[in-house]
Write a protein that binds this ligand. Structure first.
Ligand code: ZN
Length: 511
C-alpha cells in the first residue's frame, strides 16, 4: 500500500460496492424447486428500479469503483451471510488470530447484527452490508475501517456509516485514537484538511457554509474516521457531515511528511525501550490457510475428460459463499473418493484471502463460479457497481486459475434483466434448495438432497458451514452409490448439449 490513488480507490470501492440504490424494487420471486424441468431460458419481465425523486450521489471518481483487494493488508476475512428475505445481510470482517482483538471485532459485529435484526421493517425486505479494509500502520499496529449500510423498502435512503478502529496486533489490544493522534494532532489535521478543501479545484463549487465549518471543527467526533496508514492519514467525512447529502462521502488525504509530529508517527525513542524488547514473540502472523491445499497436485489433467455418455444420471452439487479453509477441502476430499466434481460459487473478496483453497478446488478438477465480489443483492445496485461486482470477481478468478469463470450465481438468487445483461455468462440457480444455512444440520441437508435428487438437478449448499461439509461427506458417496455421476454445472450443461448463452437462467438441465 504505497500510493494514494490506490487508497482512494479502495475507500470509494468500499463505499460504492457496499452502497446500493436508495430504492428497493418489488420483491423478486425466488427460484422455486423445479425438479425435472427443462433448461429454462428466461426472458424475464423486469421489475425496473423505480424512478423516483431519489438523489443521485455526486461521484468525483466515477472510474474508481473497482475493489482493490490488496487493501486488506492484514488479517483473514470472515464472512457471515443471512439469506432470510426479511433480514438479509452479508458481513465481512477481519480476524487476526489474536484473542482479544478478534473478540472486540466479533462483539462489534454482533452488536450491529442485533441492532439490525431488532429494527422493525414492517412488510419490507431489508439488507445490511458490512465490509472493511485493513491497513498497516507499522509492523504491530493496524487500522480497520468498517463500512455499514442498511437498506429497506420502507427507507427513503440507505443508512450508511463508517467506523474506524485501531489495534495493536502484537500486544493484542485496541488503541484509543487519542493515543495515536491526540488533541493537538486533531487541530493540525483539521487545519490541513480545511485548507485542502478550500484550495482543491475539485471542491471549489461546494458551499463552505456553517455546515462545513461545524463538520470540520477540530473535535474528536468530526475526526473519528481518520484512517492511519504507513504513509499518512485519510480522513473520511461522512455524507451530511460537511456538505449536503447528495455530495456523498468525501475523503481528504494528508501525507505523513506533513504530519510527522503526530504521536502515531513519533520516533519509537519516546517509548520505554524495554517494553518492546520483552514482548513475547508468540504472534502467528496469519492463520494457516488450508494445509492440504497442495495435496491434489497429481490430478491436473482431469479437467479435459469427456463427461458425456448418453443415459447416465448426472447431478451438480454447488457450494456458495466460500472459499473457506478446512470446510472446502473436506468437500474436495469427499469428491475425490468418488471421482466426482462440484461447482464452487466464490466471493471475490474471499478468494484473495484464501488463494490456496482456490488452487485446491481448481486442481481437484472442480469448477469455480462467480458469486459477486461481496455478496450484495445485485438487483439493488447502480449499473457501475453491478458491473464492478461481476467483472472484478471474474478478474480475480482468472488471476488465480488462469481462466475466467463460465457460470455465475447472483447472491440470494436475485436477478433481473440488468443482472442478466451484466453477467456475461449463464445465471445458475438451483432445483434443490437444502436450506443448509438455516438448519445448520447435516442430517436435514442429507435428507433433503437424497429425497429429491433426480437426474439433472442442481443442488444449493454453502461451504461456509462445517455442518454442510459434514453433510457433503455423507451425501457424496451415497449419491455415487445410487448411480449419480457428480459433475460441475458446466459439465452438466455441456453434457446435455445446452449452450452457454450470456444471461440465460438455468435451474436444472435434464435429458
Ligand atoms: Zn451466497
Amino acid at each position: 500500500m504505497k500510493n494514494w490513488i490506490k487508497w482512494t480507490l479502495t475507500v470509494l470501492a468500499l463505499a460504492f460496492i457496499v452502497s446500493g440504490c436508495a430504492v428497493f424494487q418489488t420483491s423478486k420471486t425466488e427460484p422455486h424447486t423445479t425438479e425435472g424441468a427443462q433448461t429454462e431460458v428466461t426472458t424475464e419481465p423486469t421489475t425496473e428500479v423505480a424512478e423516483t425523486e431519489q438523489e443521485i450521489p455526486v461521484d468525483p471518481y466515477p472510474t474508481y469503483r473497482l475493489p482493490v483487494p490488496s487493501d486488506r493488508e492484514r488479517g483473514n476475512i470472515i464472512s457471515k451471510v443471512s439469506y432470510d428475505p426479511q433480514k438479509r445481510y452479508a458481513i465481512h470482517y477481519p480476524a487476526f488470530g489474536k484473542e482479544k482483538v478478534d473478540g472486540i471485532i466479533v462483539q462489534q459485529i454482533e452488536d450491529w447484527i442485533k441492532e439490525y435484526t431488532g429494527e422493525s421493517h414492517p412488510d419490507s425486505q431489508s439488507e445490511m452490508r458490512i465490509d472493511y479494509a485493513s491497513y498497516d500502520i507499522d509492523n504491530d499496529r493496524v487500522t480497520v475501517l468498517f463500512y455499514v449500510e442498511k437498506n429497506g423498502s420502507d427507507m427513503a435512503h440507505p443508512d450508511e456509516m463508517w467506523q474506524t478502529r485501531y489495534f495493536d496486533i502484537k500486544k493484542d489490544e485496541e488503541i484509543p485514537q487519542g493515543q495515536l493522534i491526540g488533541e493537538k494532532g486533531i487541530k493540525q489535521i483539521a487545519s490541513l484538511a480545511t485548507s485542502k478543501f478550500e484550495r482543491d479545484a475539485k471542491f471549489a463549487d461546494l458551499p463552505k457554509d456553517e455546515m462545513f465549518e461545524e463538520g470540520m471543527a477540530p473535535t474528536e467526533a468530526n475526526y473519528r474516521n481518520t484512517v492511519i496508514t504507513d504513509d499518512g492519514v485519510r480522513i473520511i467525512f461522512e455524507k451530511y457531515q460537511i456538505f449536503a447529502g447528495f455530495v456523498g462521502t468525501q475523503i481528504i488525504e494528508i501525507p505523513k511528511s506533513e504530519i510527522e509530529e503526530l504521536p502515531v508517527f513519533a520516533p519509537p525513542a519516546t517509548e520505554p525501550a524495554t517494553e518492546a524488547a520483552t514482548e513475547p514473540e508468540t504472534e502467528a502472523a496469519t492463520e494457516p490457510v488450508s494445509e492440504e491445499a497442495t495435496e491434489a497436485e497429481t490430478e491436473e489433467a482431469e479437467e479435459t475428460e469427456p463427461e458425456t455418455s448418453g443415459d447416465e444420471k448426472l447431478i451438480a452439487l454447488t457450494f456458495d459463499d466460500g472459499p473457506t479453509p478446512g470446510t472446502t477441502q473436506r468437500i474436495l476430499d469427499a469428491l475425490d473418493q468418488v471421482d466426482g466434481h462440484a461447482t464452487f460459487f466464490m466471493l471475490g473478496n474471499r478468494i484473495n484471502s484464501y488463494p490456496d483453497v482456490v488452487q485446491a478446488v481448481s486442481k481437484q478438477g472442480s469448477e469455480i463460479g462467480n458469486h459477486s465480489y461481496s455478496h450484495p443483492d445485485l438487483t439493488k445496485l447502480y449499473k457501475a457497481d453491478l458491473d464492478s461486482q461481476i467483472q472484478s470477481t471474474d478478474e480475480i478468478i482468472a488471476d488465480q486459475i488462469g481462466s475466467a469463470p463460465k457460470v455465475m450465481r447472483p447472491p440470494y438468487g436475485a436477478h433481473d434483466s440488468d443482472v442478466a445483461a451484466a453477467a456475461g455468462k449463464p445465471i445458475i440457480l438451483w432445483s434443490i434448495d437444502t436450506l443448509d444455512w438455516k438448519t445448520r444440520d447435516a442430517d436435514s441437508t442429507v435428507d433433503t438432497v437424497l429425497s429429491q435428487a433426480e437426474d439433472g438437478d442442481i443442488v444449493l449448499m454453502h461451504d461456509l458451514y462445517e455442518a454442510t461439509a459434514d453433510a457433503a461427506v455423507r451425501l457424496i458417496p451415497e449419491l455415487a452409490q445410487r448411480g449419480f455421476k457428480l459433475v460441475t454445472v458446466s459439465q452438466l450443461i455441456e453434457s446435455r448439449g445446452v449452450s452457454f448463452d450470456a444471461g440465460k437462467v438455468i435451474t436444472s438441465v435434464t435429458k
